[in-house]
Design a protein around this ligand. Structure first.
Ligand SMILES: Nc1ncnc2c1ncn2[C@@H]1O[C@H](COP(=O)(O)OP(=O)(O)OP(=O)(O)O)[C@@H](O)[C@H]1O
Ligand SMILES: [Mg+2]
Length: 138
């Protein structure tokens, strides 16, 4: 069994990670940890410099995920980490299809607004289109 947790570093996604760890431990599932970096290239910055910024961002994100992985491996969990570039909901959905994920766990909100009444756009799109069950952690 495979559980995918979408992690954007926000407080709700940290709660989602905790829940995913709890579920994976109980079910003996493999945990996949995914962060999607959304490319930004401000006006006036060359494409080459933007590519460098993307590379740095990717590396930093990989380090964050690796630290989480090391921590979880101490609890005997099987963990894989992935950093993808693009649109968050699209990449989460693509990975779920490709890896035949059994369950996706994400936060109700993310970095943009824990106080909003409706679900965030990523949790809303993923829950609508996922090929598997989705747990939205509040
Ligand atoms: N870039 C990302 N990479 C991985 N997971 C993400 C990413 N963005 C969001 N998520 C996941 O989706 C959950 C909900 O975040 P979402 O982006 O939908 O809310 P928001 O940031 O409050 O609102 P919005 O982005 O629509 O303005 C997060 O808790 C996290 O689990
Ligand atoms: Mg967001």
């Amino acid at each position: 069994m495979k559980v995918l947790v979408a992690y954007d570093g926000s407080k709700p996604s940290k709660k989602a990670l905790d829940k995913a760890v709890e579920i994976s431990t109980k079910l003996g599932a493999e945990l996949m940890l995914l962060t999607v970096t959304e490319p930004v290239c401000p006006i006036g910055i060359t494409e080459a410099d933007c590519a460098k910024m993307d590379e740095i961002l990717k590396k930093e994100t990989e380090d964050v995920l690796n630290n989480i992985k090391l921590d979880l491996e101490k609890k005997a969990l099987k963990v894989k980490t992935l950093v993808k570039k693009g649109n968050a909901a699209d990449e989460i959905l693509k990975l779920a299809e490709k890896e035949r994920i059994d369950m996706i766990v994400l936060g109700s909100h993310g970095r943009h607004g824990a106080k909003k009444f409706f679900l965030g756009s990523v949790s809303s799109r993923v829950s609508a289109h996922a090929p598997c069950s989705v747990i939205i952690v509040k």
